[in-house]
Design a protein around this ligand. Structure first.
Ligand SMILES: [Zn+2]
Length: 68
């Protein structure tokens, strides 16, 4: 879940709205540069790639929910 959470007024979310990055967090994922491998992709992966200057993606590893 990204921070700030929509509609949440807790201290963490208010601080993230006020101060921005690095207090503002996107959804969890892992990118291994040497293998050009993205593990899991949150909905806001485009913002993460732009922020980190990642311009190519060759491999993606996703975990499917149980029952799929
Ligand atoms: Zn919150």
């Amino acid at each position: 879940m990204p921070i700030p959470r929509p509609l949440c007024q807790c201290r963490v979310c208010r601080e993230a709205r006020e101060k921005g990055y690095p207090f503002r967090r996107t959804g969890p994922s892992l990118f291994l540069h040497d293998q050009n491998l993205l593990i899991d992709t949150p909905a806001d992966i485009a913002a993460q790639f732009n922020r980190e200057g990642i311009h190519t993606l060759k491999n993606i590893m996703l975990r499917l929910r149980d029952g799929l």
